[in-house]
Design a protein. Sequence first.
Length: 383
Amino acid sequence: MNIIPRLLLPLFLAFGLSSGAQEQLDEDKRLNGKDVLEKFESAKKVMDASVVEVVNGKGDLLAFGTVVSKDQVLTKASVLIAQEGIQFKMPGGKTITPERVERLANNDLALFDIPDGDLTPVSFVPAKDFKQGAWLVTRSLKEPGIMVGVKAANNRGIKKQRGVIGVVLGADGAEVGGVTVIDVDRDGGASEAGILKGDVITAIEGLVITKRADLVAEITKHEPGKLLKMKISRNDVEIDKEVRLGHREHVFAQFNRIAKISGPTSKRKSGFEEIIQHDIPLSVVEMGGPMLNVKGECIGINISRINRSENFALPTEVVQHFLTTTDPEPPAVVAKPPVKPDLPPSVVITPKPVPAKPAAEEAVVDPMTDLDGNEVEPYELVE
């Protein structure tokens, strides 16, 4: 008969009581409970005054937007791809049609003009000295409209991933006539374009294809969102297709067990020159809103949901760089020349151009990990 030593018995009882107490703890006393959120009332007032909802023509919520001047709103760019009828639901309930003025592909930002705007902008403060473990507050769809968490890791860059069409490739060669598709991901551009399992890809952007390596090389030249012209052979009939490239991390999430557990994630999770990582459990449509400190000051913009406990925000320095310099890449849509925003007094604009960060390819690679923190190997033959 095993007997627990008397010295250890109090420890077992203590752990048992602790577990039971946690199960009985009222929701209002837990993280993001009512009593906790009431302590962040100043931040909530900022959210109520300076956050808009970005919707498409069907009324579907795509993202939040952050007011950065009295007549300009900043939001996440990649969620706008192929969307029509973009509108903003403003503080107070009014719906308006904005004018898009610039997009920065490197950091997934889009800037919009608000006609006759008289909005209340957030107040930016530097994020570079914001410590790991410090409290953060952000906009949420859940009552009372905010959620809180902490900065979970030191700032870092996230390496850029190239676009994929969303297929698994099989046999290739002259005898096949191209490259065989042996599986099609339901969330990829190939599926949307009507490419089926068993089709043979014979050409892309006018280049005749017989080898898998050549097809992969041609696809990886392009960024997600690019529309590529392709030819496929199906039952000896040649068919023209247009396939929009997607983000690898999103398109092939169904093949990753951890991604399935985490639920829907942002299509774009990479290619950021610097990010703040936090643990606030937001959804994919809650990106684009401001990230505040406990004083209600903005230290960044939420930009990507990675998994159930990991989200990225762009720090103030990256956002200010976008707002005060001209995008080196041509914007996807230009309604009129970029306008320097009327930023709040807390924003310090340097008259000289801000030096660019190292290219995304030189940034630290952010590996995909499992629940135990072990790095997951990249997928094979998946493009």
